[in-house]
Ligand binder design. Structure first.
Ligand SMILES: Cc1cc2nc3c(=O)[nH]c(=O)nc-3n(C[C@H](O)[C@H](O)[C@H](O)COP(=O)(O)OP(=O)(O)OC[C@H]3O[C@@H](n4cnc5c(N)ncnc54)[C@H](O)[C@@H]3O)c2cc1C
Length: 542
């Protein structure tokens, strides 16, 4: 993207090219990118920074997207966010490291089976993902945006929005202020005033998945590795070096430590319990009592929390899932968390946020230069967001059904790996090509996919595998297919999936750990050049 001086310098003050509602991760990142590229931006938020937020665990795809945004839009301040070391050194020394995704399966009433564990190691020689201490990160991004010239309005709640498709948007705030803009980005999260005003929420949501959550930050959480249950675990690296998921029929519990590295300053740990509200209806109890009652049912999980206390009030939600009929309309766009939400499982929230920022930003920059704010220009963003929503729904829905029986869960987790690893390879490949050539077209080409939300050339294959997984899990939920049989069928389907790199051995049930060692990647590169389906070969060419 070429940087040019502000094309709208002649407009009166109080009028903006783009008004961004919400200065969280989405709004602040977009604000920084737009302001850096000469767009006149208003960044408005009811609250102030720093402030508590969840969405702490990054995945390789999140980091790849952060790097793409930093490079493509010339915002070097975003680049450190793409790695744990960068985040620690430049943004937040209070953040933790994520060297693995760990999953420990529990069946209520029986002892945890030491072989019912799964771990995906993030290889240290390659990268380290992060447990972001969001209050630091969000404040940093916000300050980056205003340093580039975005105009801040904190402590300003927008109470009314008026949109004229021909002319633009007027925002009215609680203290009588009025702002106008050519375009409105609603990055306000789940309360989205645009969705409310224009009746965009799907009622009920189309999400198959059901869950609610209670979460807080705690002190005194013991590493699970030090508990009795973990003594017979043979996973490659300690659970506490990454994000730990305790999974069980009806839900999962996240443990995201910030103080899990040498020289750590932050003793806190993010803890969240996510439950299918149909299996665990919300009780009329304080959240701490509900958490304690839950731990009483799972004493092997409880050991980790024996000395733990919350350092801030619990947040207890109703059903988490919501969606909108459209995320783009005349003169407005909702960004991912305002547009919908499924579940924190697999930590895809920030990834989706960055993916949307990446595709939205260049359109807004061009519109601010040529004055074409037509809805058609932004149509892809809607397809992308609806696709991201549905992919995540299929994945989490199937996982929760999988939680009923370890064998099925052990199969479904391979499908998650396929949605995670190959798309990351695809976007990293595009980033390398962009860095080598400076040709932005390679990044625009990422949008040429038949399956928005899953990048080419693997999107179609993954989409079909996901559909098959969802259908098998649907039959389990209906009670017409026993979970163990569904597991066998899904493993068979995985083994038949020619697009899954054979050296990964995802179809072998006993292969419960995944670690991309240099030797394994060498084998995969060989497979990619010689045995992979034709349409995928380019992904593996050096
Ligand atoms: C329980 C839970 C766990 C999660 N865990 C993960 C995870 O591990 N990894 C991950 O990647 N993602 C996770 N997510 C998703 C992640 O939290 C979101 O993707 C991300 O925080 C969204 O950022 P945002 O900037 O869109 O919204 P927010 O951070 O919610 O910011 C919205 C801002 O808009 C402002 N606002 C709202 N209404 C108005 C108004 N009327 N006027 C002015 N301002 C307004 C608010 O004050 C707020 O500052 C999780 C989400 C939940 C609910």
């Amino acid at each position: 993207m070429k940087v040019s001086p502000n094309s709208q310098a002649a407009r009166p003050t109080g009028h903006y090219d783009v008004a961004i509602l919400g200065a969280g991760m989405a709004g602040a990142t977009l604000g920084a990118v737009l302001a850096r590229n000469g767009v006149k931006v208003l960044l408005i938020d009811a609250g102030t920074h720093p402030r508590f937020a969840v969405g702490e665990s990054t995945i390789p795809y999140t980091s790849a997207m952060a790097r793409i945004i930093a490079q493509r839009y010339h915002v070097p301040e975003i680049e450190p966010l793409a790695s744990f070391r960068g985040t620690l050194a430049r943004i937040s020394p209070m953040s933790g490291r994520k060297q693995n995704f760990g999953f420990v399966y529990h069946a209520e009433g029986s002892s945890q089976q030491p072989e019912q564990i799964n771990q995906l190691v993030i290889p240290e020689w390659q990268r380290t993902e992060c447990h972001l201490f969001r209050q630091d990160v969000d404040a940093y991004l916000f300050h980056t945006a205003i340093a580039y010239g975005a105009e801040p309005r904190l402590g300003t709640r927008v109470t009314d929005i008026e949109i004229d498709p021909a002319d633009g948007v007027v925002l009215r705030a609680d203290r009588g202020e009025e702002f106008s803009a050519c375009y409105l980005v609603d990055a306000s999260g789940y309360r989205s005033p645009v969705a409310v005003k224009y009746g965009l929420h799907e009622q009920p949501t189309r999400a198959r998945h059901h869950s609610r959550s209670l979460f807080t930050h705690m002190i005194g959480v013991k590493p699970f590795d030090d508990t009795a249950a973990a003594q017979s675990h043979k996973q490659p690296i300690p659970w506490h070096h990454g994000t730990l998921h305790h999974v069980f029929n009806g839900g999962w519990l996240w443990v995201i430590p910030f103080g899990n590295h040498e020289g750590a300053l932050n003793p806190l740990c993010s803890v969240g319990l996510t439950l299918d509200e149909r299996v665990y209806p919300r009780p009329d109890l304080p959240p701490q009592q509900e958490f304690d009652d839950f731990l009483a049912r799972f004493p092997q999980i409880a050991e980790q929390f024996a000395g733990a206390t919350p350092v801030r009030p619990w947040v207890s939600t109703g059903r988490l899932q919501y969606s909108v009929t459209r995320t783009v309309g005349d003169r407005y766009c909702l960004t991912s968390h305002a547009a919908g939400f499924i579940d924190a499982l697999y930590s895809r929230g920030l990834t989706n946020t960055f993916e949307v920022v990446n595709s939205l930003a260049w359109r807004l920059i061009e519109a601010s230069r040529d004055g074409d704010w037509s809805t058609e220009r932004f149509a892809y963003i809607d397809r992308l967001q609806q696709g991201l929503f549905d992919v995540h729904d299929d994945l989490v829905y199937s996982s929760f059904v999988g939680f009923r029986h370890y064998d099925l869960w052990n199969a479904v987790i391979r499908v998650w790996k396929s949605t995670s690893i190959l798309p990351t390879v695809a976007v990293e490949k595009a980033l390398s090509a962009f860095m080598a050539s400076g040709d932005e077209q390679v990044l625009r080409d990422l949008e040429k996919t038949q399956t928005p939300g899953l990048p080419a050339p693997v999107g179609q294959d993954i989409g079909e595998l996901l559909a098959c997984t969802r259908s098998l899990c649907g039959r389990v939920e209906e009670g017409v297919l026993p979970p163990a049989e569904a597991a066998d069928l899904l493993f068979a389907r995985i083994r038949e999936s020619a697009f899954l790199p054979a050296p990964f051995e995802l179809g072998v049930p006993e292969n419960r750990f995944f670690e991309a060692t240099p030797a394994l990647l060498e084998q995969v590169a060989g497979w990619g050049r010689t045995a992979a389906p034709e349409h995928m070969r380019a992904l593996f060419q050096r």
